[in-house]
Write a protein that binds this ligand. Structure first.
Ligand SMILES: [Zn+2]
Ligand SMILES: [Zn+2]
Length: 322
């Protein structure tokens, strides 16, 4: 049984799509436009996901004829997984930012080559020899879930109009992914936040092959968004909420604290892996991969701000306080 769609504002509806992994649920949004419906995000491509999305859409009277556009906030599998099937169902045009289109294409086309690069990067980051294959296997698991499809329209630049939904704007908010966009209605003060600002969890910000300094990007896009007129936030995970600026400040404060915690470790040289274990302890491979990426993002951010320095010696990377 899936929950019926929820009208969160006049002409704006929340569809709940179950996920087979935490946080267990992702939202997709239906906006009633003057000429039909616009879908923001789609959920994951599982049998339960399809049933929830298409069942919810049907409940709202969305038909193949009425659905003109699908806009994807970013290329993570829980948000864009059903875009291909939805397009096949409705013939709708799918739009996403060109930076995430590039990312998703690379996830599929170049993973065999990138996998070798990632393996070398993990080894240089101090990951023990026996753990490198485990972390690569955790990456394989993520990459296997990508089936590439080509969007019909690529969003370019920093912001623009949402096709099919007059008054709504998309805004580029890099950090959680390089081409992440949020969807904003300035007059109605509504923000569809994707994974950029979540009510209970801090969005994962990880440095990797595809994003060298994502935390600086993320904090810059958070600061920009904080100035927007927003009364209602519609996040991809968790319930809609209202205290936008307070939530932005809490997330920024979390990263300040985490950066200070990482910096405090750098009185002696540490590899990124050492720093990760010092912050998070030992974790199973999937969680360790995220924790490692997150710690590395903080290290790179500290380097950018001049607080930390990285050196390489005999193929190993070490970080110290500057
Ligand atoms: Zn995401
Ligand atoms: Zn997500």
């Amino acid at each position: 049984m899936t929950a019926p769609p929820l009208q969160v504002a006049p002409g704006v509806h929340r569809l709940s799509v179950p996920l087979p992994f935490p946080p267990r649920e992702v939202a997709a949004w239906v906006i009633d436009g003057p000429d039909g419906h616009v879908l923001v995000d789609t959920g994951i491509d599982t049998a339960a996901g399809r049933e929830a999305l298409l069942g919810g859409a049907e409940h709202l009277g969305v038909t193949p004829d009425s659905l003109g556009w699908v806009l994807l906030t970013h290329a993570h599998i829980d948000h864009y997984g059903l875009a291909g099937p939805v397009r096949a169902w409705a013939g709708a045009q799918v739009a996403m930012h060109e930076r995430d289109e590039e990312l998703a294409r690379r996830f599929v086309d170049r993973w065999p080559e990138d996998r070798a690069l990632v393996g070398r990067e993990l080894a240089a980051g101090g990951v023990p020899e026996a753990a490198v294959p485990q972390l690569l296997a955790a990456s394989d698991f993520i990459h296997r879930q990508y089936r590439w499809f080509r969007p019909d329209v690529l969003l370019r630049g920093d912001e623009g109009d949402v096709p099919g939904a007059p008054g709504w704007r998309w805004i580029l908010t890099p950090g959680h992914s390089p081409g992440h966009v949020v969807v904003h209605h300035p007059e109605r003060r509504i923000l569809i936040a994707g994974d950029h600002v979540l009510p209970r969890i801090s969005p994962n910000i990880g440095a990797d092959l595809y994003a060298s300094d994502p935390l600086s990007d993320y904090l810059a896009s958070l600061r920009r968004l904080r100035e927007l007129p927003v009364d209602l936030v519609l996040p991809s995970h968790g319930e809609p909420f209202t205290d936008f600026a307070a939530r932005v400040d809490a997330i920024a404060a979390h990263h300040d604290q985490r950066a200070a915690q990482v910096l405090a470790l750098l009185g002696q040289p540490r590899s990124p892996y050492d720093a990760t274990v010092a912050v998070f302890g030992e974790l199973p491979p999937q969680n360790m991969l995220h924790a490692y990426r997150e710690t590395l993002a903080h290290l790179v951010y500290l380097e950018r701000t001049g607080a930390a320095r990285r050196t390489r010696d005999a193929g190993l990377e070490h970080w110290t306080a500057a």
